[in-house]
Design a protein around this ligand. Structure first.
Ligand code: BGP
Length: 478
């Protein structure tokens, strides 16, 4: 089947500052909460951190040259707030602005569209210690001020801006599961912080529309469709609940300006509710995005909750927080809504993430039909152990994974979903937040491991040449 992609489809790849840049304290950069958190023993695999990462800070010209050789049309990267404002507020670090300007200009010179993420999890440490981070409403204005600097500086050069990367992930892992900074394990505080981020998202979108009226902005959401385990109506209801809890809880706020009522009521019952003022509701309504960024890795499967377990919640297991585990705390909202189970039809990656290309088509259809916004796929890819043999990396498994997922994107486009582009995660190998340097995603191998960053040689994998052909044929070779 020949896939038809729009002529201006953005064939891209993505990264995030902390995961690639390194130079964590160079040229005036302030520390971020990730620089601090990764120092806590046992939090990341082999205590890996982003001090050097893959040193994009010093290798950006070489990496962009490889992007140009591949024919990449777009590169999504994030700006590190504490490189621009070392204290998160106050004095601007000119060297930080200059670095991103050089990156942007280099991309444009090579006809690669820069897609800029404003926040990919690396909050300036000073804002955490001084104000308590995202739990404090003060952060809304501070985020807006940081973004104002970037809109004024780069507004004329950047067409696509991403506000927050995976708000669902960083609030849950940071404030509920204590597996990301700020290392908190308190569901109520998570909902409070999440609301503040929603306000920041909406306010920054409003400002953007004023300052950069001709370009586009939207959040990137980590979306996964949730399936019922069986056709039993109780399981189907559990899946409806899970989709509301895992997806609509964020997307309804972004696109419609209000929270799903059912979930709000449940939170109230469990004393997990948070303050929403009349002014907040106005702010949320006024910050509608121009597109939705979707990061897609996997969805989930659920069955009806077992209310016996609800009564005795300490029986619940806490497994990988990425895999939507239930909560050990007394008031776990999930336990009233659904119970997560394995999907018997799906294979898994080496890290236990389900592989579900058709779920991608379903996700794109659902999101578009519900919110009627164009979609930018801001992440999708396979984390795997790659082997360097005779100077080569044969990552056929990654080619298969991406090919299968892109075929489903093509089908979703044929179904009528306006998809602006596809950013594979990732261009070069990079640091996985919790899993170190062996969980590789790139088209370009980087010669380093969890212990040594001496080499950093860039080596094109087989998937590099495959993606080059896909781009050249505008998806015709899928
Ligand atoms: C997403 C993040 C990315 C990236 C990716 C892969 O949630 O937005 O930054 O890390 O997941 O995750 P991991 O590194 O855990 O494999």
């Amino acid at each position: 089947m020949i896939m038809k992609f729009p002529n201006d489809f953005l064939w891209g790849a993505a990264s995030a500052a902390y995961q690639v840049e390194g130079a964590y304290n160079e040229d005036g950069k302030g520390l971020s909460i990730w620089d601090e958190f990764s120092q806590i023993k046992g939090k990341t695999k082999h205590n890996t951190n982003g001090k050097v990462a893959v040193d994009f800070y010093h290798h950006y010209q070489e990496d962009i040259k490889l992007m140009a050789e591949m024919g990449l049309k777009a590169y999504r990267f994030s700006i590190s707030w504490s490189r621009i404002l070392p204290n998160g507020e106050g004095e601007i670090n000119q060297a930080g602005l200059d670095f991103y300007e050089r990156v942007i200009d280099e991309l444009l010179k090579n006809d690669i569209e820069p897609i800029v993420t404003l926040y990919h999890w690396d909050l300036p440490e000073k804002l955490q210690t001084k104000y308590g981070g995202w739990e404090n409403r003060k952060l809304v204005d501070l985020f807006v001020e940081y973004c104002r600097i970037l809109f004024e500086k780069f507004g004329a050069k950047i067409k696509y801006w991403v506000t927050f990367n995976e708000q669902n992930v960083f609030t849950s892992l940071g404030y509920r599961w204590a597996s990301h900074p700020p290392n908190v394990s308190d569901t109520k505080r998570m909902f409070q912080a999440n609301h503040v981020v929603n306000l920041a998202n909406a306010k920054v979108i409003q400002l953007f529309h004023k300052l950069v009226p001709n370009e586009k902005i939207g959040p990137s959401f980590g979306y996964g469709e949730v399936y019922p385990l069986t056709s039993s109506p109780a399981d189907v209801l559990a899946a409806v609940n899970a989709n509301q809890f895992n997806n609509d809880w964020w997307l309804d706020v972004y696109c419609r300006g209000y929270y799903p009522e059912k979930i709000l009521r449940l939170l109230k019952k469990l004393h997990l509710d948070f303050e929403i003022t009349a002014e907040d509701l106005k702010v949320l309504k006024a910050g509608k995005p121009d597109f939705l960024g979707i990061n897609y890795y996997h969805g989930g499967t659920v069955k009806a909750p077992d209310f016996e377990k609800v009564k005795n919640q300490k029986d619940f297991d806490k497994t990988d927080p990425y895999l939507m585990a239930a909560d050990k705390q007394a008031a776990s909202p999930e336990s009233y809504l659904f119970e997560s189970v394995e999907n018997p039809y799906l294979d898994k990656t080496n890290w236990g993430w389900e592989i579900d290309p058709i779920g991608f088509r379903i996700a794109l259809r659902q999101v578009y039909e519900k919110y009627q916004l164009p979609i930018m796929i801001t992440e999708n890819g396979l984390g795997a152990f790659d082997k360097l043999e005779d100077g080569k990396i044969n990552d056929q498994y990654r080619i298969d994974y991406l090919n299968d997922h892109l075929v489903q994107v093509g089908k979703a486009i044929a179904d009528g979903v306006p998809v602006l582009g596809f950013c594979a995660w990732s261009f070069t190998d990079l640091l996985s937040w919790l899993n170190g340097y062996d969980k590789r995603y790139g088209f370009v191998y980087i010669d380093r491991d969890d212990y040594s960053a001496e080499n950093l040689t860039r080596i094109k994998k087989q998937s590099f040449y495959w993606y080059q052909k896909i781009i050249e044929s505008n998806g015709g070779k899928l």
